[in-house]
Design a binder for this molecule. Structure first.
Ligand code: 3SL
Length: 245
């Protein structure tokens, strides 16, 4: 297996695709997607364009759908939910499809949507992502951070490092054997620096600060919890993620 980490969708190569792509948006899209599927959502369908989301979800019965929209961290008016994972309780999402559009996370998923396998990863389901990679051993793997409007996000690359670090430990191989680019060593070093203080790391991160200004303290605490959900969001058709059995 060769692992490549890209800090943002914009930094991913445009002339190739990996066997397996993992989109990461710790704050908060991939955390929300994993939480919704774990809570029993039928599927999560992602959109970069809000008008398209409204149009496609409009073809569904209101009782079978939920519309989630976030821009700049805030809920989009006209949507049922914003992008807080804490809103995705079984009472709210069970049996419904979550139609979601966020500033960066859904764009990262769309950037790699043509890969044969597309997963969504975060700290909360890091172990499930690693378990899938170890069981399937895809030849090339990309972890793509969502960043913020084209810029590096500390929390996404740290989470990529968490996945890489566990993989390396479980494979028990030298870094040079696993790493396909220099970002892998950098991401692992970031994870080693912050692994015991992820909430503190979020407080340093610009997007963490943006969310704190919106009073999302509880979201930050939840997004920092590691390996708490046994759930793996996997793309089953273009833009539609389900819980892997
Ligand atoms: O950028 C995104 O996709 C988001 O996850 C942003 S937020 O955490 O909902 O503000």
């Amino acid at each position: 297996m060769k692992l490549f980490i890209y800090h943002t969708p914009e930094l991913t190569p445009t002339n190739s695709l990996p066997d397996c792509a993992i989109a990461v948006d710790v704050l908060r899209a991939t955390t929300t997607i994993a939480t919704a599927l774990h809570a029993g959502a039928e599927a999560v369908q992602v959109f970069s364009d809000l008008d398209k989301l409204m149009q496609v979800s409009g073809e569904w019965l209101p009782s079978k759908r939920l519309r989630a929209g976030e821009r700049g961290g805030a809920k989009v008016s006209g949507c049922d939910l914003g992008n807080s994972p804490l809103d995705c309780t079984p009472e709210v999402v069970k049996g419904r499809r979550l139609f979601i559009s966020t500033t960066n996370g859904t764009r990262a998923l769309q950037r790699v949507e043509l890969a044969p396998t597309v997963l969504a990863g975060a700290f909360i389901n890091r172990a499930s992502v690693v378990q899938y990679l170890l069981a399937n051993l895809p030849e090339t793997v990309w972890i793509v951070g969502s960043g913020w409007e084209g810029s590096f996000s500390l929390e996404d690359t740290t989470c990529a490092g968490a996945i890489a670090h566990t993989l390396l430990t479980k494979l028990n191989c030298p870094l040079a054997e696993l790493a396909g680019n220099d970002e892998v060593a950098g991401a692992i070093a970031l994870y080693q620096q912050w692994q015991d203080k992820l909430v503190e790391m979020f407080h340093h991160a610009s997007h963490g600060q943006r969310l704190l200004r919106l009073n999302a303290h509880e979201d930050l605490k939840y997004c920092a919890e590691t390996d708490i959900l046994d759930v793996l969001p996997i793309q089953k058709e273009l833009g539609v993620l389900v819980k892997k059995d």
